[in-house]
Design a protein. Structure first.
Length: 256
């Protein structure tokens, strides 16, 4: 009887020890890195897009991977529609968002941002020989914008100045370009770096929006996130040691 009780006690102790070890690994991360979940909208080349194998690649992907490695994290990337990124971040389904997102005052009311890491400007994309060469010539035209973007906000302001301008919001940038090529819209409003890529690849035309002074792109976090300070330190270091410039040369200045 005593032997049976002894065996049972040893068994209970072993179970407790195994459980404690499992809990220790989970809490302390011994033997494995903690995972950070990044939200993005993979339809915004060269910042984020999918390659021929379906992998998400781009400037923001390399940037986030570098920062995660520097801080000792594994990175998990989740693709989502751009207009849903802020809501998902507020619900803490993501630890952060890197998706060519401009740190506007409106967004700063909902999320925290890192220091800016890029500033492109905005551009209107048109078909060749469209006759549209200025913002004023968008009067009476149809303009495609991506839902939830700073370009959508800019288009709404522009429509107040040009009463006959029709703004057509769409979920994905490739859909906007297809609408332009098929003649269902007259122009597309995009981040300048993204616009220049499509213009070169598809033989389109376009011009800068010189009236728009958009803030720079930054990484977004849930309000009060402890990650902001550590991400900023790595970003600042990248600016000083040339790592950020390397990413710019790889993704933003390639073939220009």
């Amino acid at each position: 009887m005593k032997k049976m009780i002894f065996v049972l006690l040893v068994g209970i102790l072993l179970v407790g020890l195994v459980s404690a070890c499992g809990k220790s690994n989970e809490v302390n991360g011994e033997g494995e890195k903690k995972v950070l979940v990044m939200g993005t909208s993979a339809d915004f080349p060269p910042f984020e897009t999918r390659d021929d194998k379906g992998n998400i690649v781009g400037f923001d992907i390399d940037l986030a991977t570098y920062i995660a490695n520097e801080l000792g994290y594994e990175l998990e990337i989740k693709d989502s529609s751009f207009d849903g990124l802020i809501g998902a971040l507020q619900a803490k389904r993501f630890d952060f968002v890197a998706s060519g997102m401009s740190a506007t005052e409106k967004r700063q009311q909902s999320v925290d941002f890192s220091i800016p890491y890029n500033h492109s400007g905005e551009m209107i994309v048109t078909l060749k020989d469209s006759g549209i060469t200025s913002m004023e010539e968008l009067e009476g035209k149809k303009l495609a914008v991506q839902l939830g973007t700073i370009q959508e906000e800019g288009a709404k302001k522009l429509s107040e100045q040009l009463s006959n301008l029709v703004v057509k919001p769409l979920n994905k940038v490739p859909d906007m370009i297809q609408e332009l090529k098929s003649g269902r819209v007259d122009a597309v409003y995009l981040d300048k770096t993204v616009a220049e890529g499509y213009i070169k690849e598809l033989g389109l035309d376009g011009f800068d929006d010189t009236n728009n002074s958009a803030p720079g792109m930054a990484i977004a976090f849930p309000k009060g996130s402890d990650l902001v300070e550590s991400f900023n330190k790595v970003l600042q270091k990248m600016m000083e040691n040339g790592e950020l410039e390397k990413l710019e040369q790889k993704w933003l200045q390639e073939d220009k």
